[in-house]
Design a protein around this ligand. Structure first.
Ligand code: PMP
Ligand code: GLN
Length: 383
């Protein structure tokens, strides 16, 4: 007799990012699917990691993260958001943002709890909720501006609601929460025991003069929040898989109980290098402008194609509609586009639990100009 796995995720396949990247490489397509830059990261930061290794920073660092890095982060969030975060008790360095989100959910959830999730939702959220025995209550963002229907949120809250997950700037749509959104959220949770899990991995990638409304700016909300970040998006090093999490001490102490038995700690030399690198504010302050230029350049190139843009105010992503070109569903169309036009994208339907077909695709524009030019040229020929 063989052992049997009773799958914890019976309906999950391979993530769409891996599927589309594999298809892109199989068909030698330009990959505007998975979100990662194709330009190099800072040489100086790479050099600094070498240096840290040569200096012997090669053993386990403190389980909560290299303290000077946590101190540098506390300084950064004080400067950016005016929040006084205690580096010893309120910040933990994690092996990526996805891990931070998973651990955050595991920290607070018990079987039967409900978590409100807005769709389209980053693909790890719902599996992470379900792996904890909890239930995702999905609310669709309003198409086509992907704003939150707060009346629906109010009517979905009940005694089982344990958390609300937010993500701004938003993957995959590039929508951004306003101060008014945050105030409405504050009003909804005020007299409840609801936690907020805030995914802010794209905090610096925000355009058109908009401000990132971090939960860290709102002490009353921060007191019930776990806020997750990723270094991958800030320093063009998604492959480093390093991130961090900020939460009040009473939540963080429980988060760390789980973290210590999971990865325990993460990459030492990179943390040493980042502690120093973070002191240069220009690196992250210039990011929004750099990516806005990429978004605008990509949009100008795409004007020569038949695809129609939806607004994007942040993140690496721009959504385009193709409904006037084809009746195919998003997945089929994205596959055909990869094979026939040689450009890989992500079908936005992959970010919904139930079938949906707004006929929109997500394009990642954090690419070299020549990559964007080549992709637009191929798309212009596609009909
Ligand atoms: N949240 C969102 C919205 C993302 O797009 C990503 C992927 N970049 C993550 C979390 C995870 O970040 P990381 O690669 O650091 O795990
Ligand atoms: N966050 C990236 C995206 O949305 C990909 C990360 C991953 O492949 N899991 O494309």
């Amino acid at each position: 007799m063989n052992p049997v796995i009773d799958s914890k995720l019976p309906h999950a396949g391979t993530t769409i990012f891996t599927v589309m990247s594999a298809l892109a490489s199989e068909h030698k397509a330009i990959n505007l699917g998975q979100g990662f830059p194709d330009y190099p990261m800072s040489e100086a930061l790479v050099e600094s990691v070498h240096q840290a290794m040569k200096e012997g920073h090669n053993q386990y660092v403190h389980m909560n993260g290299f303290l000077p890095l946590r101190e540098a982060l506390a300084e950064k969030v004080s400067f950016l958001y005016g929040s006084e975060i205690h580096p010893e008790n309120e910040i933990t360095i994690t092996p990526g943002g996805t891990y931070a989100l998973y651990t955050a959910l595991t920290t607070i959830l018990q079987p039967g709890d409900e978590v409100i999730v807005f769709e389209p939702a980053y693909d790890s959220y719902i599996p992470a909720i379900e792996l904890n025995g909890a239930k995702a209550i999905t609310i669709e963002l309003k198409f086509p501006d992907y704003s939150i229907d707060w009346e629906k949120v109010k009517s979905s809250v009940n005694e089982n609601t344990k958390a609300i997950m937010i993500n701004s700037p938003h993957n995959p749509t590039g929508s951004v929460l306003s101060e008014k959104d945050i105030m409405t959220l504050k009003g909804i949770v005020h007299d409840t025991r609801i936690f907020i899990i805030s995914d802010e991995v794209y905090e610096h990638l925000i355009f058109d003069g908009k401000q990132h409304e971090s939960i860290l700016k709102y002490p009353e909300l921060l007191n019930r929040s776990i806020v997750c970040f990723s270094f991958g998006k800030v320093y063009n090093c998604t492959g480093w898989k390093l991130g961090y999490c900020i939460a009040p001490g009473w939540i963080m102490s429980e988060f760390r109980k789980i973290h210590q038995f999971n990865s325990f700690t993460c990459d030492t030399p990179k943390q040493v290098a980042l502690a120093d690198f973070l002191k240069n504010r220009d690196q992250y302050l210039e990011l929004g402008n750099q990516l806005q230029q990429k978004r605008d350049y990509f949009k100008s190139l795409m004007a020569a194609t038949k695809f129609r843009p939806l607004p994007s105010f942040g993140s690496y992503f721009q959504i385009y509609s193709y409904g006037h070109l084809s009746e195919e569903n998003e997945k089929d169309f994205a596959v055909r586009l990869t094979k026939k036009a040689g450009v890989a994208t992500i079908p936005v339907s992959a970010f919904y639990r139930e079938a949906t077909n707004n006929k929109v695709l997500r394009f990642c524009f954090s690419k070299q100009n020549k990559t964007l030019e080549a992709a637009a040229e191929r798309l212009a020929k596609f009909s």
